[in-house]
Design a protein around this ligand. Sequence first.
Ligand SMILES: [Ca+2]
Length: 298
Amino acid sequence: MSIIPLLLAASFTLTSPPALEWSQVTTNAKETISGIVHWETNRFLVVHDNKEEKDVKLSFLQSSGSSWKLSPLTLSDPKKLTFGAQGTSELRDLEGVTLIPGRTGEVLVIGNKGSEDGWIYDLKITGNTAEVVDAFRAPGAYPDSDFESIQAFSIDQRLILVWADRGTARRPATIWAANLTLGVKPVDPVALTVKTPWPTEKDYRAIADLRVSPSGEIYVSSVSDPGDNGPFDSAIYLVGRLERSSKGPILVPNSVQLPVSIVPGYKIEAMDFDSTGRQLVFATDDEALGASIAWYQK
Ligand SMILES: [Ca+2]
């Protein structure tokens, strides 16, 4: 018996998980999705894992009947916060995006600056322009780290920033959390290491994306990424809870890692809860195969 039926038997004793209904957004490898947030009704803001300076980094994604329309945003950086020593922008791929509670039209994105991962950019969105208003490097970066997830969260009207290194088959992923004051680099983060049981391939990543539900449950997407043509696999896990003490955030691990959804054939690199917290949208970066979107009901 392979690992999938074993996991299914363990986590869905009474009922099988409902199959997800996938809708293809694009077949263009430059339009795949590595982060997503709900923006308006039937409209999302998504980020792309595109490495060239001229490439589109963010788009609006809007449903149009049974199809999808991507509208690229222009990046504006008057303070040159993405610029490196060569005097040009070194913003490479973007890997995650989050709304900021209490701030309309503003997001944080996480991505690379030159060869350095874990750069967090504060973007103000006006029309189809995203202006970089702040930039800092996430604490916890080290030479082999690769940050692909970010979420700003509010507990008792205090902002908390959560971000995660994706991990590899050789080392666990790490979730970090710290108090967030916009304009100030977070300090004294707390950490939680995460290793999930499936996918098991050598190109496994424990956390390709992360979302905290409105009640504080931490969901992650674990994926395998063997190459530009797949085959890809994903599984969604509830790995713990985000809580808060008087000093700051606390990351409480789940003792057992069982998947809440197993998704063969897709690489889920982007997730976001709707405002009710009962529905998660999944979006994929299936490399040369494009990107798709589906909804999961909790
Ligand atoms: Ca991601």
